[in-house]
Design a protein around this ligand. Sequence first.
Ligand SMILES: N[C@@H](CCC(=O)N[C@@H](CS)C(=O)NCC(=O)O)C(=O)O
Length: 197
Amino acid sequence: MYTVIGSIKSRAFRVAWMLEELGQSYDLIAAAPRSDEARKYNPSGKIPALLDGDDVLTDSVAIMQYLADKHGALTAPAGTPARARQDAMLFWLIDEFDAILWAAAKHSFVWPKEMRMPEIKDSLKAEFTRSATTLAERLEGPFLMGDEITVPDLLAVHCINWSIGAGFPRVDDRLGTWAADLRKRDAFKAVQARDPA
Ligand SMILES: N[C@@H](CCC(=O)N[C@@H](CS)C(=O)NCC(=O)O)C(=O)O
């Protein structure tokens, strides 16, 4: 049994979605970022974290990939060219999707007011739109890496959802339709059902 630390409204959603896809049961401790509860598991106060027995693992993408490797699903095997391509997609999404959204969040509510530069958000939105178009153009199969769902699909859809919540412009229609289809998965809906809001 796993325990996910972090509110489902945060990047903890990705970890829970991965566990649902893998058919693994888990408890959820809905700790807020920087709360005392979060700091019990990660001194930085960042969420999510995952408890796997006595091990405390941090960083949503590292956790998702760990779970995929451990359970042998939603990933190409390590040490294969297919895995290198999957990892490249994952790192691209971290750079071109997650980092842009995170920068917008820092300048909206994460950082203290005196450090925020709200005017940066227009260029972040434009950058995100450009990245979403690039991704839409790469979309060929039912999933980002082809015929099978893999870790990058979960990361991309979570970021697209995040962009909607953050008031970013709609992504390219091809990408929007693709993300909507992934949101229909039972595993995705099971995580949503955990969100009391
Ligand atoms: N790269 C990390 C980022 C973790 C992160 O920044 N989480 C946010 C909530 S989604 C947080 O805890 N922010 C509090 C802070 O940065 O102080 C991951 O993917 O888990």
